[in-house]
Design a protein around this ligand. Structure first.
Ligand code: ARG
Length: 451
């Protein structure tokens, strides 16, 4: 650091960017080796720089590294320490490099690793959802629209809906990885560097599959972060929806499931309560992840090319999003695999009321009634049954026939099981379709675990 760039706690980033130390040191090691190989510095100088960097990494890991806020950021802290360790040759590391291409490289390396961690977390939750779906194959619940009981469905079918949301999340993160996997190092401050560097070899050493194509874009591009934030926000939205269902289902009103004690807490004054804190917090934490997405978009929108110090603000929100998503995925995997289903309650709820009304309409359609008028007939029938306080099974054939002469004795064969079995289309809730869907989900997961 030069004397004119005096750091203050306002401009310092060391409290949070130290988290990039492994990536920063890996980038510096690859850069120094390349400088040596290209004869830009001597091989011996490169070797001493690399040795110094590795011992610095050791110090950071064992907690003995002397962090200094007045040195502003991670890069300056490491460089200053390198001087202390190997003397003036340390000054050669920053040849053909700037903190601008350096920090962009660190962030991409970090984002790649974080994405791998998130992908693992998503897979683990998918596995938990699938196992729970497989363990409750015959269980029927009411399916809802507008949070009104609509049609009976298999619980496994409902759970697999979340498996598929998470499958898309995985695709999104993997897709973003392709654009993150680009090496900016070698772009210098903004215009490239006046040394015969070998960018491809640095890319290979750091595990990047491509190098950036435009130095000015490369030092200021944070699109990969925006994409990561967006994928995270969507994934959190899915988890928040699941959270909401777990909150509803574990309430006394629904009483469909019981969450494990590890994921609920009692109230300090109302001893009967089992608050679903993990689910609620996941729903709540979704807000900050959305906030960070808007934060990074807003950070970038007014920036002229190329690097601007604003970009330092790309870090805290990103780290927070990575941590939040990671811990939420982990909590959900545990919560979903330990929940218990109250099958007595679910089957009672699924058979209750007029949930088979659509099936009655479809019955009339099979007897020749057009769907629209069948729908009207059944609405009238439901209204009258409701005012008489009768369920479908309690209506006499005569009462049925009062609404349509197409009703016959076989109307009594309509029940929850026949309703579910009749949704026998690809993507439907019929048991054999769900069986197929479970197998397909298993296949998708195993494919992912293999690759
Ligand atoms: N701490 C800075 C950041 O995170 C590193 C790059 C600083 N570059 C500069 N020209 N001041 O963005």
């Amino acid at each position: 650091m030069t004397s004119e760039s005096k750091a203050s706690s306002y401009t310092a980033s060391i409290s949070y960017d130290r988290r990039l130390y492994r990536q920063d040191i890996a980038g510096s090691v690859a850069h120094a080796r390349m400088l040596g190989k290209q004869g830009i510095i001597s091989e011996k100088e490169a070797e001493s720089i690399v040795t110094g960097l590795i011992s610095i990494r050791q110090e950071i890991e064992d907690g003995s590294f002397p962090w200094r806020e007045e040195l502003e950021d991670l890069h300056m802290n490491i460089e200053a320490r390198l001087f202390e360790k190997i003397g003036d040759v340390a000054g050669k590391l920053h040849t053909a490099r700037s903190r601008n291409d350096q920090v962009a490289t660190d962030m991409r390396l970090y984002c790649k690793e974080a994405t791998q961690g998130i992908l693992e977390g998503i897979k683990a939750l998918q596995a938990a959802i699938l196992a729970t779906a497989e363990a409750h194959k015959g269980v029927v619940i009411p399916g809802y629209t507008h949070l009104q009981r609509a049609q009976p469905v298999l619980l496994s079918h409902h759970l697999l809906a979340y498996f598929h949301m998470l499958q898309r999340d995985r695709e999104r993160f993997r897709d973003g990885l392709a654009r993150t996997d680009v090496l900016p190092l070698g772009s210098g401050a903004l215009a490239g560097v006046p040394y015969p560097i070998d960018r491809e070899s640095v890319a290979r050493e750091l595990g990047f599959s491509r190098i950036s194509q435009n130095s000015m874009d490369a030092v200021s591009d944070r699109d990969f972060l925006v994409e990561h934030h967006a994928a995270s926000a969507i994934c959190m939205m899915h988890l928040s929806r699941l959270a909401e269902e777990l909150v509803l289902w574990s309430s006394q009103e629904f009483d469909f499931i019981r969450l494990d004690d590890a994921y609920t807490t009692g109230s300090s004054i109302m001893p009967q309560k089992r608050n679903p804190d993990f689910a609620e917090l996941a729903r709540g934490k979704t807000g900050r992840v959305y906030g960070h997405l808007v934060g990074i978009l807003t950070l970038l929108k007014g920036l002229p090319l190329t690097y601007n110090r604003d970009l330092q603000e790309d870090k805290e929100g990103f780290f927070d999003t990575v941590d939040t998503l990671h811990s939420t995925l982990e909590a959900f995997a545990g919560m979903v695999s330990t929940l218990r289903v109250n099958t007595q309650r679910t089957s009672q709820a699924a058979g209750d009321g007029y949930i088979l009304a659509t099936d009655l309409a479809d019955y009339l359609v099979r007897k020749g009634e057009p769907f629209r008028s069948a729908h009207r007939i059944v609405s009238e029938l439901v209204r009258s049954a409701e005012s008489d306080g009768k369920g479908f099974q309690q209506l006499s054939l005569q009462e049925y026939r009062h609404f349509s002469p197409r009703f016959q004795e076989d109307v009594y064969a309509i029940n929850v099981d026949s309703s579910i079995a009749s949704r026998d289309v690809p993507g439907g809730t019929a048991p054999r379709r769900v069986e197929e869907a479970l197998r397909e989900a298993r296949r998708l997961l195993e494919e992912a675990l293999g690759g």
